[in-house]
Design a binder for this molecule. Structure first.
Ligand code: GLU
Ligand code: MG
Length: 451
């Protein structure tokens, strides 16, 4: 759509504010809005943003990063392809914004540009990336002590569909209206936990969709006087909220899924195995980006179906990389890899961009993983010494450990680039320090309604 078309469409619909959204290094969705009277101008010139915003740790504590202090300005420039009028607040619309420097170049700390660069790398190799975010989240009521889950229902149970029925129906209607392809819904294992999945899309759209999704779910829940939490572990005694990342690579025509091979082990192609090898080689650092909050590491523990070890397996929900079995009649189209140690406290652009980056490295370096890393059951139940014998490492058990692994991962650091990686590491270190000095309830409170 052109700028004129967006302004006309907004005016016709009675929209008075259009928010330019972005997701920061801390995984928080933020934005600034333009009034309809100046929308055309703002779409061209952008809305000003202080460079400091990419150096904000939890509770908006500005970290001392060179070039990200009080002086300095970038522009939020919206992508017209992402324009959507909010069905749950029809006088408002949103667009995803890119961060540009004053001389109109992509800012080195822009997460959306980082993802675009990784998509371009794939493109240059003749590969098209398809992806889907598979979010779980918890519906809660606020009470005097904090939050409590809306029910104590069982996994996939009919009873679990009763309490959230109205809010789920309104969420689906709002997602449909914004062009997201809703695929499945079910109440998940944890109390009040929900899962509503969205179909795969090209990589940039998939990440944009996840922002729209989080915004929609949170807003519609509030309209029902409920709170939706995307925190990885909003209730420490309940199942965690994953946001598994699904990915597949297609040929340049977009018609052939290159991860599918009917003769391959588990119907996965050699390219698929090399992609897995790339993920596993970098996984301990990668999780600092895909599972990046302190609260993420409460979720990544053995026997939680969220993965705790660097391994892969066919249909294995305890493996960090799952090779899901294909769907009858669409074996080629449905071939994909699922990254389990990933959650919605991540910035989706950084998470998906990093996943693409390490997977492509795996293809380039022919990193077919050893069969010792293929696991059929729960790695935590392997006999003593078997994990070591097979060379299966644990995932980091804390954000601190993950940040160290990321810092030591030269390929990932190079891919992020110095500006983005320095700011990213600084805010993660600050978060780790802040929460280490506080208790579990402080941690839960500060993650519960942030994402
Ligand atoms: N809730 C689990 C997680 O934290 C995932 C359960 C499943 O859908 O396999 O990742
Ligand atoms: Mg699930």
């Amino acid at each position: 759509m052109t700028i004129q078309e967006i302004v006309r469409k907004s005016s016709d619909a009675g929209v008075h504010l259009v928010t330019f959204l972005y997701c920061d290094n801390g995984g928080v969705i933020r934005g600034k809005s333009a009034h309809i009277s100046s929308l055309a101008k703002r779409m061209e010139s952008g809305i000003g943003l202080t460079v400091a915003m990419q150096a904000m740790s939890d509770m908006d504590d500005l970290q001392p990063i060179d070039g990200m202090g009080p002086r300095g300005e970038i522009r939020l420039i919206p992508d017209p392809n992402t324009f959507t009028i909010l069905p749950y607040s029809p006088r408002r619309a949103t667009m995803m914004a890119d961060m540009l420097t004053l001389d109109r170049k992509p800012w080195a700390a822009c997460p959306r540009d980082f993802l675009k660069k990784q998509i371009k790398r794939a493109d240059d190799m003749g590969l098209k990336v398809q992806a889907a975010f598979e979010p779980e989240w918890s519906l809660a009521r606020r009470n005097a002590d904090g939050f409590s889950p809306i029910d104590d229902s069982l996994c996939f149970s009919g009873v679990g569909m009763i309490e959230p029925m109205m809010v789920i129906d309104d969420i689906i209607e709002a997602l449909d209206a914004q062009g997201l392809q809703v695929e499945q819904y079910y109440p998940e294992l944890g109390h009040g936990q929900q899962e509503l999945t969205i179909g795969h899309a090209d990589a940039l759209r998939a990440a944009d969709n996840h922002i729209v999704y989080r915004e929609t779910v949170r807003n519609v829940a509030r309209q029902h006087d409920l709170y939706a939490s995307f925190a990885p572990k909003p209730f420490p005694d309940q199942a965690g909220n994953g946001c598994h990342l699904h990915i597949s690579l297609w040929d340049a025509t977009g018609e052939h899924n290159l991860f599918y091979d009917p003769d391959g082990r588990h119907n996965l192609s050699q390219m698929g195995y090399r992609f897995i090898g790339g993920i596993l080689n970098h996984l301990r650092g990668l999780v600092a980006i895909t599972a990046p909050s302190v609260n993420s590491y409460r979720r990544l523990s053995p026997n939680s179906w969220s993965s705790a070890f660097v391994c892969y397996g066919p249909d294995n929900r305890e493996a960090a990389v799952r090779i899901p079995s294909g769907y009858w009649g669409d074996e080629m189209g449905s071939a994909n890899l699922e990254l389990k140690p990933s959650d919605s406290s991540a910035n989706p652009y950084l998470a998906l961009g990093s996943l693409i980056s390490v997977g492509l490295d795996g293809i380039i370096n022919d990193s077919v993983p050893s069969l010792d890393l293929e696991i059929d059951g729960d790695p935590a139940t392997l006999p003593d010494g078997e994990l070591q014998r097979r060379g299966i490492q644990s995932l980091p058990r804390s954000l601190d450990e993950a940040v160290l692994a990321l810092e030591a991962d030269e390929a990932l650091m190079e891919s992020l680039g110095p500006t983005l990686s320095e700011a990213y590491l600084a805010i993660r270190r600050a978060d780790a320090k802040l929460f280490a000095g506080n208790d579990e309830s402080f941690e839960v409170r500060h993650h519960f309604h942030k994402y």
